[in-house]
Design a protein around this ligand. Structure first.
Ligand SMILES: N[C@@H](CCC(=O)N[C@@H](CS)C(=O)NCC(=O)O)C(=O)O
Length: 211
């Protein structure tokens, strides 16, 4: 199996980069420069027509969508047990949280970071206020899941959900309320950040903060 990940430091590609490091498998990382608009250049648009990162070329074929890539990697490397098996008791909860984070939290963050996209540059403040409400509702729900002090989102074991949730909690670090203002998320985020694969991703991407 061969892998080539296209990404940019600290962005949605981070969770895929992190899972590849956790899996300990060989891969190539191509860092795109957003300042130069690399993600909108024709060469990259042939790889990911959305003009977004991540894109992962698996055995010569490119795929996008961070959450889907995490699920694909977990399935292609079942020995790592990063996804509950089909039919396992916690499979439904796993699918629910992957979809919830991808469908609800990621678009809310998109509105927060690309706040002119929602309703134009004249409505940036209102868009950010809406984005913040949506993001904080997810933290409420995530904190309620974690309040039994389970080590990981799905319980005792690290799964693909943690790569997505771990990355997304980091994205709140400069917001008026960070995810770590929720007590059980704070605990959880501390555990996730101490994983060697997380620290290695942080270092390789040259990230600062939230460690
Ligand atoms: N739905 C996509 C969203 C990815 C996304 O929004 N990526 C951002 C970085 S976090 C991006 O590529 N931004 C560059 C741009 O929009 O030009 C996914 O989950 O992969």
């Amino acid at each position: 199996m061969s892998y080539k990940l296209y990404g940019a430091p600290g962005t949605a590609s981070m969770c895929v980069h992190w899972m590849l490091l956790e899996l300990g498998i060989p891969f190539e990382f191509v860092s795109l420069d957003f300042e130069k608009g690399d993600q909108k250049k024709s060469g990259y648009l042939r790889i990911n027509p959305t003009g977004h990162v991540p894109a992962l070329v698996m055995d010569g074929i490119a795929y996008g969508e961070a959450a889907a890539l995490l699920m694909m990697l977990a399935e292609r490397h079942p020995d790592a047990k990063l996804a509950p098996a089909i039919g396992a008791a916690d499979r439904a909860l796993y699918l629910q949280w992957m979809m919830y984070l991808a469908n609800t939290l990621m678009p809310a963050f998109r509105l927060w970071f690309y706040s002119d996209e929602g309703a134009g540059p004249q409505n940036v403040e209102a868009t950010k206020a809406q984005a913040r409400i949506r993001i904080e509702k997810v933290w409420d729900r995530m904190d309620a899941l974690l309040c039994d002090e389970r080590p990981y989102m799905m319980g005792a074991h690290l799964t693909a959900v943690d790569f997505l949730a771990g990355m997304l909690t980091r994205w709140s670090r400069d917001m008026p309320k960070t995810a770590a203002d929720w007590p059980y998320i704070k605990r959880y985020a501390g555990r996730v950040r101490s994983l060697p694969s997380y620290r290695a991703t942080h270092e390789r991407e040259g990230l600062t903060g939230w460690i």
